[in-house]
Structures are given as structure tokens and as C-alpha cells.
Design a protein around this ligand. Structure first.
Ligand code: ARG
Length: 464
């Protein structure tokens, strides 16, 4: 069933025939692993330099190898590199081209190395670079949220639980909640980075190598904290990829919540915010429409990230040590999740930076739905020394009365309220304004503008 006469030049010494077309197709990863060409070349330069320093490679060969690798880097970046599926992956494509460029010395580069430690190294480097980029994007998102929080530290809006009006909060407080979430997302990525930052290079195929290599040197040259301590683990572990996918997942989940709020808030029924033209779309039939497509897509895209996590966990589950080709499936899952999360973060930042909250609509909504009922109850406790449970009950009766009269709590005549609580005085009405309610919640981390401003200041310092 062989479709090609010649066996692979890299590993085909013991083969007579070449692979079937479909074998080549299922086996090749070059279609996607070319994404870490830069990391592959970076790793090869570090490896070759170490080999020369240890006397395993001559200086002349090293110079030729490094020059050749730099040429390849330029070729790939200039778009002039011919990626060949018959050479399977980025590692063999680069090495094959190196041989074309510099001849026999190219064959010495793979001394004391295997594609198994090579790919594990490349992939760690790629994820590390990606994490650094994502961290910058989340930083920008936090800045955009902080900008809105600062502008709206005093803008009162209804806070919800169960999506039912609960108590008044401020728009700034609401934005700062997402600053906290993005902060933890950054921590999760940083934590992933810290754990993955060990260098597999030198673990070779699975058992280490008999060559007198210096693993500290390559680890250091590539910015790793240290070499990995077990060669079997180093070539077969991909938990750093799962860590990354987990961090991406939680981040995507946070973004999806923000996005859903934007969808709800920008509806005609809520009218809390307006998304800029830059982040809205029209309808081809209904001229009045301003659809929040970007927010909807941010919300929807978590499916891909979660899918990547599930797919790749399934690949790794039950896999015997050490390396197995199954693990080649790590890349597409991670690449797609990374692209998705980067897009989702950037779109979220754009929407938030441009967002136009309607402060009148927010305040109006905050004065509906008996948002200050808790404040009424608290007043009874604080001024009449009523046990909170009794105050809760009395307030419930007042709400019911207001409901039947079709008015708000603060619009009920004092005499009517005194039928429920005879000791009530005029002063209670003061406690029922949304401003009073918001300013009163001055506990640490609460919604009072002073508290929100303190958190804004803390974050500004942190992000400076
Ligand atoms: N393309 C392979 C991968 O991504 C590289 C490692 C191949 N190793 C091997 N022993 N066939 O996993």
C-alpha cells in the first residue's frame, strides 16, 4: 500500500518502502507546528552552542549550524520556506533545510537530542511566550475597566442577585469586580508559567543521554529556571498545556459573564449602556437594530476553549509513559484555545474602553424594584433596636403595601407605615434614597464610592 518509493531520510534507514499517502496525512504535524518555528530554532541554537562548549561539536560546525539556522529563520519569516508534509514536522523540516544549506554538519545537530525532548521544549517556550502576550492583554483589559470604574465611581445602578433587583451598587463597583477577576486570571497564567519553566532539553528520547552535556547551560540559555529532573516525565508530560487550557478556560468564563451583561444591559428593556458603533452591528432587515455581536461571540467562544481542554485531557488520559504520538494532538488544541482567548480578551477590552453607560437610566433602575428595602430594615434595627428578623418581616409588609399601591417604599405616607411600625419617624425616608444606600455600604470592599475609589487607587498602583 505504499504510495511513495523512498523512505524517510531522517529515520528511514531500516525501511524499504515509503509511507502511504494517508499515513503521511495522519502523521504530519507541519501544517500547524510550523507556528513554533522560532522556538524550535531558538532551542537548536542553545543546544548546538552547549554541544560545542562541551567539545561534542567543533566550533566550525557550530558556526555553520548557527548561520544556517539564522538563514532558515529569515526564510520562514520572509514567507519563502517550503514546508513539506513528507518531512512530518517543524523539527525535521528545519533540519532537512539545514542539510541543504550547510551539508553534513547539519547531521551533527541532533546529537544527544531527540524530537521528544525537542518538541517538549519548543512547546513550553511557545506557551510561555503566549502567556506573556496574554498577560499584557489582560493588563490592557484591567486598564479599560479601571477607566470606566473611575468615571463611574458615583454612578448608582441596581445590583442584582438572581437577576432580580437586590441593592443599589455603583457602576464603578461593578467594573471593579471584573478587575479582580482579570487579576486572578493573570495570576493563573503566571502560575502556569512558573510551573512550566523547566527545560526538558537533554532528556533525549526518554532516558537521558550518554553524551557529557550541560543541561544547566541550555536551561539558562532558554530562560528556564532549571532543567527538568526526570527524563521520562520531561518528554511525556503535558500538564503544562492542560494548566494553560485551564487558565484560558477560567478567563474565557469570566469574559463570557461580562459579555452577557453587555448583551443584557444594551437591550432596549435595560438600556443601561450603549456599545460604540465600532462594536455593534446592524440588521439587514430591521433598521433600528444595534446588535451586540462582539459580546455574543465572546460569550460563545468559551465553547472552543473548553472543548480544547476536554479533547486534550482525553488524549492524555491513560497514556503510558513515555512519549506517544498521541501527544502530537496537544498543539491544535492549545493553538486554537490561545487564538480564541486572545481574540476574546482584545474584543472585550475594545467594548469596555468604548462603553457608554447611561447614568440616568442606571439611577432610574436603581430606584425601582424596592432596591432600598434592606436599608429600611437596617434603619429599624439601628434606630428602633428591633431584632433584624422582625425588621425584615415589617419591611416585607411595607413592600407589600407599596406594591398594592403601585408606588415605591419612599412614596408611602408615614401614617400608613406607622400602621406597620408605630414608632417610625419621618427620618426613615432619608435612609431610602439610593445615594444614601450606596454611601452607607462603607465596609471594606463595599460599594460606597470611598471604598470603590480606594480599590481603584490600589489597582492603579499595582498596574503602574
Ligand atoms: N511532531 C512530533 C510531536 O509533535 C514530534 C515528536 C516526534 N517524536 C517521535 N518519536 N516520533 O509530538
Amino acid at each position: 500500500m505504499s504510495d511513495s518509493k523512498t523512505s524517510n531520510t531522517m529515520w528511514g534507514g531500516r525501511f524499504e518502502g515509503g509511507p502511504a499517502k494517508v499515513m503521511e496525512k495522519i502523521n504530519a504535524s507541519i501544517g500547524y507546528d510550523q507556528r513554533f518555528y522560532a522556538q524550535d530554532i531558538q532551542g537548536s541554537v542553545a543546544h548546538a552552542t552547549m554541544l560545542a562548549d562541551r567539545g561534542i561539536l567543533t566550533r566550525e560546525d557550530l558556526d555553520r549550524i548557527v548561520e544556517g539556522l539564522n538563514t532558515i529563520l529569515r526564510e520562514i519569516e520572509g514567507g519563502g520556506f517550503d514546508f513539506r508534509p513528507d518531512l512530518e514536522d517543524i523539527h525535521m523540516n528545519v533540519e532537512n533545510r539545514l542539510r541543504e544549506l550547510i551539508g553534513d554538519a547539519a547531521g551533527r545537530l541532533h546529537t544527544a537530542r531527540s524530537r521528544n525532548d525537542q518538541v517538549a521544549t519548543d512547546f513550553r517556550l511557545w506557551i510561555r511566550d503566549t502567556i506573556d502576550r496574554i498577560d499584557g492583554m489582560l493588563f490592557d483589559l484591567q486598564k479599560a475597566l479601571l477607566g470606566q470604574a473611575e468615571a463611574h465611581a458615583d454612578s448608582v445602578m441596581p445590583g442584582f442577585t438572581h437577576l432580580q433587583v437586590a441593592q443599589p451598587v455603583t457602576f464603578g463597583h461593578h467594573m471593579m469586580a471584573y478587575v479582580e477577576m482579570a487579576g486572578r486570571d493573570r495570576d493563573r497564567f503566571a502560575d502556569t508559567r512558573r510551573r512550566l519553566n523547566e527545560c526538558p532539553l537533554g532528556s533525549a528520547a526518554l532516558a537521558g543521554t550518554s553524551f557529557p552535556i550541560d543541561r544547566e547551560q541550555t536551561a539558562k540559555a532558554l530562560g528556564f529556571d532549571r532543567p527538568t529532573a526526570n527524563s521520562l516525565d520531561a518528554v511525556s508530560d503535558r500538564d503544562f498545556a492542560l494548566d494553560f487550557l485551564h487558565a484560558a478556560n477560567v478567563c474565557a468564563m469570566h469574559l463570557s459573564r461580562l459579555a452577557e451583561e453587555l448583551v443584557i444591559w444594551s437591550s432596549a428593556q435595560f438600556g443601561f449602556v450603549k456599545l460604540s458603533d465600532a462594536f455593534s452591528t446592524g440588521s439587514s432587515i430591521m433598521p433600528q437594530k444595534r446588535n451586540p455581536d462582539a459580546a455574543e461571540l465572546v460569550k460563545a467562544k468559551i465553547g472552543r476553549v473548553l472543548g480544547a481542554y476536554v479533547a486534550f485531557t482525553t488524549v492524555m488520559k491513560g497514556l503510558p509513559m513515555a512519549y506517544g504520538k498521541d501527544m502530537q494532538e496537544d498543539k491544535e488544541a492549545v493553538f486554537d484555545a490561545a487564538d480564541t482567548i486572545e481574540l476574546a480578551i482584545t474584543a472585550s477590552t475594545g467594548m469596555i474602553a468604548d462603553l457608554m453607560p447611561d447614568t440616568d437610566a442606571l439611577r432610574n433602575a436603581a430606584s425601582q424594584g424596592f432596591a432600598t428595602a434592606t436599608d429600611f430594615a437596617d434603619w429599624l434595627v439601628q434606630n428602633l433596636d428591633m431584632p433584624f428578623r422582625d425588621a425584615h418581616h415589617a419591611t416585607g409588609a411595607a413592600v407589600k403595601l407599596a406594591e398594592t399601591k403601585g408606588c415605591d417604599l419612599g412614596d408611602l405616607p408615614l401614617a400608613e407605615l406607622q400602621k406597620i411600625v408605630p414608632e417610625l419617624t419621618e427620618a426613615v425616608f432619608d435612609a431610602l434614597t439610593v445615594e444614601k444606600a450606596v454611601h452607607g455600604r462603607n465596609s471594606y470592599g463595599g460599594t460606597a464610592p470611598d471604598q470603590v475609589r480606594a480599590q481603584i487607587a490600589r489597582w492603579k498602583e499595582k498596574l503602574a
